[in-house]
Write a protein that binds this ligand. Structure first.
Ligand code: G3I
Length: 385
């Protein structure tokens, strides 16, 4: 057995032991709220919730799944809220135009329900050709394409919302519809058939409101506070203004929060004024805020893990201090609890080849300075009514 493998197993045993000890202590573990020393307990003390994404996998697979006991231990320790990383997307639920496959998402819901954890819905429409199922881009919408496209979208949103009823209280109805390159809306085969991108997004929200009148309806996007996101932020503001002007039922902006450190040259404080202007504009339109996918790409930081972890933690703390000053922010979700399963390693590895460290726990399941930074930000946050 390699040293790394031995260390990983020891760390996993440590997590399991901590969790078992907590479970054995009366009152230490509260269903649906995480353990008493968990991040959700700190959030709850301030009228907020902390959560994470979770994946589906076969039992005991080495994945960020509820079926992986080591990952599940992190979820039950720290989370009061979950979201499926991939299993509610069209690509997962819609093998074809005529079929739904709910097996994997249902399994996530069943585990979350058994552990008293609410689940957010992500998402009802990821409006980019790249992320729709392959069949959608070549789908034949027939002689009356606008009617067929509206029917397809309405059926999708209604079927998902009705299936889960009040068990899902918040949906990312539309995900990432704004092209950051030019701030326009993406088109898909669906929107071209339906008669435009804006009518397509509007229909998704109106349908979700009808099918899930109890739910918070969210527009979710990754426009971030780093300077190269200015055009993306402008496009999102234009979209949000349009929703209000057209009377579209959108309750909140999902601020994904895939943060990117800027090295030592630019401090987080330099990003704050422009970011506050954006958040102020969003909240002035009456939108609530949700941090839906927090993680940090450790760019422009040296390979040394101690230095990188410090940089990531400080950046996270500065960001959360700003976000938590907004009473319209209640829920904070990270996009994965441990570095081991983060999407970033596969999608955007570091140029120097060292593993990314974007999450609150490292790839051996040990808490990192980022977790302490989140805890400190929650502890320092103003209470929310
Ligand atoms: O389903 C196949 C599986 O059968 C196969 O074994 C495996 C082999 O690589 O690939 C699997 O699909 C992958 C899936 O993740 C599950 O692992 C897809 O190729 C891959 O594209 C997919 O990536 C996800 C990505 O969204 C696209 O859906 C990431 O896990 C997920 O973290 C990422 O999440 C997005 C949010 O939904 C929206 N905001 C940005 C965020 C990060 O990109």
């Amino acid at each position: 057995m390699t040293m790394a493998r031995r260390d990983a197993l020891a760390a996993l045993a440590g997590v399991a032991a901590t969790t078992c000890a907590a479970a054995a202590t009366p009152g230490a573990m509260r269903a649906g709220a995480g353990s008493a020393d968990g991040l959700n307990a700190l959030a709850a003390a301030k009228g907020r919730r902390f959560g994470s994404c979770v994946a589906w996998s076969p039992p005991a697979a080495n994945r960020g799944s509820f079926a992986n006991p080591a990952y599940a231990a992190l979820l039950t320790r720290d989370c009061g809220l979950l979201v499926a990383e991939n299993e509610m997307k069209w690509r997962a639920l819609r093998p074809s135009a005529t079929r739904f496959d709910f097996a994997r998402f249902d399994a996530i819901m069943a585990w979350a329900t058994a552990h008293g954890l609410p689940v957010r819905g992500h998402n009802l429409l990821w409006h980019q050709p790249k992320w729709m199922p392959a069949w959608e881009e070549t789908h034949d919408f027939g002689a009356r394409p606008a009617i067929a496209a509206a029917a397809l979208l309405t059926e999708h949103v209604t079927t998902v919302c009705r299936r889960y009823g009040t068990r899902i209280a918040s949906y990312d109805v539309v995900n990432e519809a704004v092209d950051p390159a030019d701030a326009t809306l993406y088109q898909t085969a669906l929107s071209r058939a339906l008669g435009g991108a804006a009518p397509t997004l509007d229909l998704a929200f109106h349908t979700a409101r009808r099918a899930a009148p109890h739910a918070q309806l969210v527009y979710n996007d990754y426009m971030s506070w780093e300077p190269d996101n200015a055009r993306h932020r402008a496009g999102v503001l234009t979209l949000l203004e349009g929703f209000r002007a057209r009377g579209v039922p959108v309750d909140a902006l999902g601020v994904q929060s895939h943060l990117v450190t800027q090295g030592t040259g630019m401090s987080a404080a330099a990003l704050e004024p422009e970011w506050r202007r954006f958040l102020d504009a969003v909240t002035a339109m009456g939108y609530d805020l949700v941090i839906t996918e927090l993680d940090v790409r450790d760019n422009r930081l040296p390979a040394d893990p101690i230095v990188r972890d410090r940089g990531v933690a400080d950046y996270t703390r500065a960001y959360l201090d700003i976000m938590l000053a907004y009473p319209r922010l209640r829920d904070i979700l990270v996009w994965g609890m441990t570095d081991r399963y983060s999407w970033i390693e596969g999608f955007e590895p570091r140029k120097d080849g060292v593993r990314r460290r974007p999450c609150p726990y490292d790839d051996r399941f040990a808490p990192k300075p980022m977790r302490a930074a989140i805890a400190a930000a929650l502890t320092a946050a103003p209470a929310r009514a």
